[in-house]
Design a binder for this molecule. Structure first.
Ligand code: SF4
Ligand code: SF4
Length: 462
């Protein structure tokens, strides 16, 4: 039977390489002979088995099993159409406060209010939101409620109401609702910490590293840096010890050469995991140049190398970005869209409206229902169509498509519709990051690291 190559990509790893089967998101460590045979067939039909020696035929059989070689004529599978009506809601971001006591210079939420008037979610609406999450969750048992803002600790009454409702509905409704909250850390008073502990709410604190770096952007209404205020609050949170506390870092391009310093500083303060995001380019001054992008990649690569060294000693370097990527690679998770926005995941604003995602809050074209009427699958479907327009064409020939899913909707919308940048302006970095993850994963596999792989499996299920 004649065969053809399925979409695949080979990356360096050891003496051979690591082979990615693009459609399945499958990864294989390969030896030098396999890599050479694959290189010989690049861009052409697979070699005729009659002209191969026994060892090469064996390699070809292995590639057939791995579905890197497929029957001729089995064309690319079109991405399946996803019907939002068929996907239960499992994650809700609840904006308990569309208000904030800080004015971070890179804030995509325009000082926490998302461009509208500052307001707090009524406790009764917070309870209704949790009920709605349960009503829309179908047969799913594990649900996640993310208490968000602005600054959610400005509204302890709504946090309390949502947490109580989640506990009552978990108890009576056969669901498990996992609660988390993202805070800027300035309002972690003993009262707030006691509430978080009482309801076992997992906490992430937004911090950007040492005082000088943090205070460059995370400032109060008066323009004063917030570092000292947050640090004075952290010990209370860490001592409460209810759950591991993660730091969420946002860095502007001028700071990207200092990622490792930021990472180490935050671990030194007592955080148990650190996730690092480049600031969204809400205006052109936040767009990075090629050199800054290179610095960011180098920093991530240095952390990945440290991750491998730590793994060889039986330890996990708590670099959240990499752990999440490795977990997905480990279980072979592929995606046809970048995230669950509108497909199992929705945000609710402080007025009780559903939005496709928290970052798109306040944009009327992405408002997709209300707590009273529920999320509207047709509005979700058309919002997703608008956001995905032209993406299929852009991504069809990209080896990263089943790992990337087309990139973050909000980032694409921001870059292409608001800043007028061409589609795909961030793809180079996305592909480099994914390749780094694949190569790191291959190194870990080659070195054994069994307990780490078990941890990745558990993480992928979260
Ligand atoms: S703490 Fe968050 S919501 Fe408040 S200004 Fe800073 S980034 Fe915006
Ligand atoms: S990297 Fe770019 S082209 Fe490739 S899948 Fe992601 S968005 Fe599409």
């Amino acid at each position: 039977m004649p065969y053809q190559w399925a979409d695949h990509q080979v990356f360096p790893a050891g003496e051979g390489g690591v082979l990615l089967g693009v459609d399945q998101g499958s990864l294989f460590l390969i030896d030098r002979e396999t890599r050479e045979l694959l290189a010989r067939g690049q861009g052409s039909a697979p070699p005729d088995p009659a002209g191969l020696c026994a060892a090469e035929r064996e390699i070809m059989e292995g590639l057939l099993d791995a579905r890197i070689l497929v029957s001729a004529g089995s064309g690319k599978r079109p991405a399946p159409e996803i019907d939002p009506a068929l996907i239960p809601l499992t994650t809700m971001v609840l904006e308990v406060a569309q208000d904030c006591n800080l004015r971070c210079r890179y804030c995509y939420a325009e000082g926490g209010s998302y461009g509208g008037p500052a307001r707090l979610l009524e406790p009764a609406l917070a309870r209704r939101a949790v009920e709605r999450l349960v009503e829309e969750s179908g047969d799913r048992e594990r649900l996640t409620l993310i208490l968000f803002g602005g600054e959610p600790l400005l509204n302890l009454a709504a946090v309390e109401a949502a947490a109580q409702a989640a506990q009552a509905l978990s108890r009576d409704g056969g669901k498990r609702i996992f609660l988390s909250l993202t805070t800027n850390g300035t309002l972690l008073t003993p009262e707030a910490v006691a509430l978080l502990k009482r309801h076992r709410i997992a906490v992430s604190v937004s911090m950007d590293g040492p005082a000088e770096l943090h205070d460059a952007n995370r400032v109060g209404v008066d323009g004063e840096g917030s570092y000292a205020r947050i640090v004075s609050r952290l010990s209370g949170l860490f001592e409460a010890g209810s759950a591991p506390v993660a730091a969420r870092v946002t860095l502007v391009p001028q700071q990207w050469s200092r990622v490792e310093e930021v990472f180490d500083h935050l671990l030194g303060l007592g955080f148990q995991e650190v996730g690092i995001s480049p600031a969204s380019p809400i205006h052109r001054a936040l767009l990075a140049d090629a050199e800054q992008e290179e610095r960011l990649f180098e920093s991530f690569a240095a952390l990945a190398a440290r991750f491998v060294r730590e793994a060889s000693l039986g330890r996990v370097l708590p670099f959240g970005n990499l752990i999440d990527l490795l977990a997905r690679l480990h279980v072979g998770q592929t995606k046809s869209v970048a995230c669950g926005a509108g497909l199992g995941y929705l945000a609710v604003d402080a007025g009780g409206s559903f939005y496709l995602c928290h970052r798109l809050t306040g944009e009327e074209e992405f408002r997709v229902g209300t707590l009273e009427s529920g999320p509207d699958p047709r509005s979700i479907g058309s919002a997703l169509k608008r956001l995905g327009a032209g993406r299929e064409e852009l991504c069809a020939g990209c080896w990263a498509r089943t790992l990337c899913g087309g990139g973050c909707h909000y980032e694409n919308h921001l870059r292409e519709n608001r800043l007028g940048l061409p589609a795909g302006s961030s793809c180079g970095f996305i592909r480099r990051w994914l390749q780094l993850g694949i190569e790191t994963y291959a190194e870990l596999r080659a070195g054994g690291a069994e307990p780490l792989l078990q941890m990745l499996e558990k993480r992928a299920k979260c």
